[in-house]
Design a protein around this ligand. Structure first.
Ligand code: BV8
Length: 253
């Protein structure tokens, strides 16, 4: 497979669905550390060592503190021009054509989204929600935004069964949310745009292969391109590349 070429300046998506997969790099300009960059460590431990059911079983308070610390950063963050550009593209071309699928659990899209015109798919959940650790289908709670503190109250358990509450995120070894819909949308896409992801974590990292097999034109936006089954690359930060790209695609440039 040939290495990706720089995206031609006048390139525009063909008719048909646009699938946008975002990762931690999209939120970097909002001050949220990426997993594999400097922000990826917490108390000397890797995020992916703490983001597991076993870590929660072994030491639920340590995992709670890990998410409390990340939630404090997230609640202080605001969406950046990268988020706003993608929301503008979806608002202009519609939610049935533009699918915003994110690996991020920071909820930043929702901060700026117009609920009547935007919809994002959070394949790894959100640290702004909590769910029953019993894995029963008990109601999810959404204390944030709104709660007085970024910290989860460890004394508040599930309203149905009293079990501990855990962040409503998908840990390693757990099945991502909406995984069948996401696969279907990737295969049906005609443009696949990957923004700010290192392409390490599956099944998210395999979506570009499915999109390419389905006939999509695949583009990566990343200042340090991860490479893979992409046709084109925009080797630039999302917050500076996406506004101009969306202007170009909407014909506003
Ligand atoms: C699954 C939520 C089965 C939690 C996350 C052994 C046992 C079980 C599973 C496995 C196993 N071995 C492998 C697996 C599969 C595993 C996996 O892939 N492991 C990896 C480590 C090899 N996957 C899973 O376990 C998944 N589940 O497989 O279930 C299944 C699957 C399908 C169907 C049925 C069953 C679940 C994975 C989800 C884990 N949860 N997050 C939390 O956040 O705490 S993962 C988490 O890490 C993120 O969500 C994201 O997915 C990943 C981080 O990746 P990135 O977002 O890419 O961030 P990263 O820091 O790596 O890169 C940032 C990039 O941005 C860089 O490239 C950088 O250059 C760029 N960048 C920086 N600045 C900018 C920028 N780009 C643009 N602009 C900028 N300004």
């Amino acid at each position: 497979m040939d290495a990706p070429s720089p995206l031609p300046a006048n390139w525009r998506p063909p008719p048909g669905p646009v699938f946008v997969l975002s990762g931690a790099g999209l939120s970097a300009a909002s001050g949220i550390g990426t997993f594999r960059g400097p922000g990826g460590l917490w108390e000397g431990q890797r995020a992916d060592e703490l983001a597991t059911p076993r870590a929660f079983r072994d030491d639920p308070d340590r995992v709670r503190r890990f998410y409390d610390a990340r939630r404090a950063v997230v609640l202080a963050a605001t969406p950046n021009p990268g988020h706003l550009a993608l929301l503008r593209l979806q608002a202009a071309w519609g939610r049935e054509r533009v699918h915003l699928v994110t690996q991020n659990v920071d909820g930043l899209f929702d901060v700026a989204a117009d609920p009547t015109r935007n919809r994002t798919i959070e394949m790894h959940g959100s640290l702004l929600r909590l769910r029953c650790a019993s894995d029963e289908d008990h109601p999810v709670v959404s204390p944030w935004p709104g709660a007085a503190t970024a910290e989860q109250d460890p004394d508040v358990g599930c309203a149905v069964c009293g079990a501990r509450l855990r962040p409503d995120v998908v840990w390693f070894g757990e099945v991502p949310d909406h995984v069948l819909l996401i696969h279907r949308l990737a295969i049906a896409s005609r443009t696949f745009l990957s923004v700010g992801t290192s392409g390490v974590v599956y099944p998210a990292a395999g979506l570009v292969d499915k999109a390419r097999q389905g006939g999509a034109v695949c583009i990566e936006v990343n200042p340090e391109p991860a490479g893979g089954a992409f046709h084109y690359v925009v080797a630039a930060p999302a917050e500076t590349a996406l506004p101009g790209l969306v202007d170009q695609w909407l014909g506003a440039a």
